[in-house]
Ligand binder design. Structure first.
Ligand code: PMP
Length: 304
């Protein structure tokens, strides 16, 4: 169960958590017609701060354009509303969920006249893959489900409907006793996990799949790429096979909910204890999020 906060922002109104309800004939509930974002607020010495909020809201705008949902609030409004809500709910650290969905009033698949609804919710959310994950690493399973194909749905959009793909893969993996699922593209290349992007380290070089494999353009992954370059590491964006993961020196996954998390094994092939590259990038990422790295201060927006 979710740890309740005080209020949820619904199209400009602050609604008490338990009253933030929708009609059962909400379009998005039936057809997955929505776009969403997940942003984290971290505790810093100067108070809570949102990590790359503007990047998340820009991705929300791109997602909306891709699935033809016309946003009714601009980025500035959403940014201010998000920070105000975090303050109002009194969080020192939390997850912020933006959701723009088609509401009640139209059924069927022609969405031209469907009303657009915007909500922002916050809650306190611990480590998504478990408290042990950053130190012990996670166990992955190759999913029997392929990652959404970019010509079936726009995989670069963080849209509600396509999440059924991630939900199926995650459920299969946890039912089989693994922590997380690895999804392959239709062509059989590594795409990503159900809610994280993936990186492989081999002979000191970082490798990550191209967006053509169907992965979401993760903001954490984008940040990790910046850090890798700033640390002078070599990074190659290229197609990866599952054997590249079985044979890697190190593997790690990253996402807003999960953080930067090493991979212990894939399909029972042991990759080993968390390695130095994942540790260095993970430690730097965590230090940045809590405001301990002045060089990356511009990635944080104070809640105020
Ligand atoms: N892939 C998928 C399918 C996801 O749901 C997420 C989480 N948004 C990610 C990757 C990681 O993206 P981000 O770093 O922006 O959270």
């Amino acid at each position: 169960t979710l740890p309740e906060a005080q209020a949820i922002w619904m199209d400009g109104e602050l609604v008490p958590w338990r009253e933030a309800q929708v009609h059962v004939l909400t379009h998005g509930l039936h057809y997955g017609t929505g776009v969403l974002e997940g942003t984290r607020v971290y505790p810093t010495a100067a108070g809570p701060a949102a990590f790359r909020l503007d990047e998340h809201l820009r991705r929300l705008e791109r997602s909306a354009r891709m699935v033809r949902i016309h946003l009714t609030h601009d980025r500035d409004t959403l940014s201010r509303a998000s920070l105000d809500l975090v303050r109002e709910n009194g969080h020192q650290a939390c997850y912020v969920r933006h959701l723009v969905y088609l509401g009640y009033g139209v059924m069927g698949l022609d969405t031209r006249r469907a009303p657009v609804r915007t909500t922002i919710a916050t809650w306190e959310w611990g480590s998504y893959l478990g408290d042990e994950a950053p130190t012990h690493g996670i166990r992955l399973m190759t999913s029997s489900w392929r990652r959404n194909d970019p010509n079936v749905v726009p995989t670069a959009a963080k849209a509600s409907g396509p999440y059924l793909n991630s939900v199926l893969a995650k459920r299969e993996a946890v039912d089989a006793g693994f922590d997380e699922a690895l999804l392959l593209s239709r062509d059989g290349y590594v795409a990503e996990c159900s809610a994280e992007n993936i990186f492989v380290v081999r002979d000191g070089v970082l490798h990550t799949p191209p967006s053509s494999a169907g992965a979401l353009e993760g903001i954490t992954a984008g940040s990790v790429c910046v850090l890798a370059r700033d640390l002078g590491m070599r990074l190659e964006v290229r197609n990866l096979l599952r054997s590249d993961i079985y044979g890697a020196d190190e593997v790690f996954v990253c996402g807003t909910a999960a953080g930067v998390v090493p991979v212990q094994s894939l399909d029972h092939r042991e990759i080993g204890a968390p390695g130095p590259v994942a540790k260095q990038l993970g430690d730097l990422f965590r230090a940045i999020t809590v405001g301990e790295e002045p060089r990356y201060q511009h990635w944080l927006t104070p809640v105020g």
